[in-house]
Design a protein around this ligand. Structure first.
Ligand SMILES: Cc1ncc(COP(=O)(O)O)c(C=O)c1O
Length: 305
C-alpha cells in the first residue's frame, strides 16, 4: 500500500506546467523591498572581493576608506546633502532610532502615521494628528509646539509606506524651527523615487534606506544637515567620526552608492515617476477607498487604497 502523503506534501510539489503557463506573477511589494538593481548587484559583488577594513592604516585599509568616502559622496549627492553629514548605519530603522534617541531633545512629537521604527523609538512621543487623507495637521503641530517651551524634536515622514501620501515637510520644518525644535524627516520611501532635496525640505536630520530604492538590505544612512550633532546609540570603535561604531559594511555601502547614482540619473531623465492611482480609470473600483488626497501624486510603488 502507498504511504499516505504528508499534509505538507501538496505545498512543496512543483507547480504543474499548465499552471505555470497561465499564472503571471508580478512583484508589487516594492515599498517593503524593491528588487535589487543590476548596478547595485555588480557593486556589491565587486566589493565582496575587495579586502581591507576602512579603519586600517595600511594600503588595503586606505583603499577601503577611499571607497567609503566615494560612496558617502554619492549618497549625499542624491539628496543635495553635505557628504560630511552622511552617517552610514544598518538601515532605515537604525537611522530613525539614531535621530530620535541621539538628538537629546526632551520632547518628541511624531505624526500619527509614522513607521513602526519611529513609533517604537519614541513610545511616549506626542502624536500630531493627520487628516482623513493621511496628511499631517499643521495647525495642530503649531498648537502642540506653542503649548510647551521644552526643546523638542519633530519627526514626520516624507512619503508614507502604506498610502504613499506625501507630507508637507517643508511647512513642518518651518513650524518646527519657528519654535526652536529640530526636524527629523524619514525619507526612506521617497529617496530615489521622487526628488528629495535637503535645502527644499529644510530638515535637520534625514533617514534613508538602500533596499527601498533597489539597493542591498542592511545599509542605510542618517544625514545630518547643518551643524547639529547626534550622540551615538551604538558605541565601540570611532567609526563614522564617532557617531556609529562598528566596522563599515563595505559591500552594502558600495551597493548603496551604486543605487544612489542610478536613482539620481533615473530621476533626472524622468524614469522614476509619481503616479496618481485615483486618476487611473482601470484601478477604480466601487469597493476601493483611497486614503490619500484625491489627485495627489505619490511615489510609484505605493498602493494608497
Ligand atoms: C517609512 C519607513 N521608514 C523606515 C523603514 C525601515 O527601514 P529598514 O527596513 O531599512 O530598517 C521602513 C521600512 O519599511 C519604512 O517604510
Amino acid at each position: 500500500m502507498e504511504p499516505a502523503a504528508s499534509p505538507s506534501a501538496k505545498f512543496t510539489e512543483p507547480p504543474k506546467l499548465l499552471e505555470t503557463m497561465v499564472r503571471r506573477e508580478s512583484y508589487l511589494d516594492w515599498n517593503a523591498t524593491a528588487p535589487l538593481r543590476p548596478e547595485a548587484a555588480a557593486a556589491v559583488t565587486a566589493a565582496l572581493r575587495d579586502c581591507g577594513n576602512a579603519s586600517s592604516v595600511h594600503r588595503w585599509g586606505r583603499a577601503a576608506r577611499q571607497r567609503v568616502e566615494n560612496a558617502r559622496e554619492a549618497v549625499a549627492v542624491l539628496i543635495g546633502a553635505d557628504p560630511e553629514g552622511v552617517i552610514f548605519v544598518s538601515g532605515g530603522t537604525e537611522a530613525n532610532q539614531l535621530a530620535l534617541l541621539g538628538s537629546g531633545r526632551e520632547r518628541v512629537l511624531i505624526s500619527a502615521v509614522e513607521h513602526s521604527s519611529v513609533l517604537q523609538a519614541a513610545q511616549h512621543a506626542e502624536r500630531i494628528p493627520v487628516s482623513a487623507d493621511g496628511i499631517v495637521e499643521l495647525g495642530r503641530l503649531e498648537e502642540l509646539l506653542a503649548s510647551d517651551p521644552h526643546s523638542a524634536l519633530v519627526s514626520v515622514m516624507l512619503a508614507n509606506n502604506e498610502t504613499g501620501a506625501i507630507q508637507p515637510v517643508a511647512e513642518v520644518a518651518a513650524i518646527a524651527h519657528r519654535y526652536g525644535a529640530l526636524f527629523h524627516c524619514d525619507a526612506v520611501q521617497a529617496a530615489g523615487k521622487i526628488p528629495v532635496d535637503v535645502a527644499t525640505i529644510g530638515a535637520d536630520l534625514i533617514s534613508l534606506s538602500a533596499h527601498k530604492l533597489g539597493g542591498p538590505p542592511g545599509i542605510g544612512a542618517l544625514i545630518i544637515c547643518g551643524t547639529i550633532e547626534v550622540a551615538p546609540i551604538i558605541r565601540g570603535g570611532g567609526q563614522e567620526r564617532g557617531r556609529r561604531a562598528g566596522s563599515e559594511n563595505l559591500p552594502g555601502i558600495a551597493g548603496f552608492a551604486a543605487v544612489a547614482d542610478a536613482a539620481r540619473h533615473g530621476l533626472a531623465d524622468g524614469r522614476a515617476s509619481t503616479i496618481s492611482l485615483c486618476t487611473e480609470p482601470h484601478l477604480r473600483h466601487p469597493g476601493c477607498l483611497f486614503h490619500s488626497a484625491g489627485d495627489q501624486p505619490r511615489p510609484a510603488g505605493s498602493a494608497g487604497q
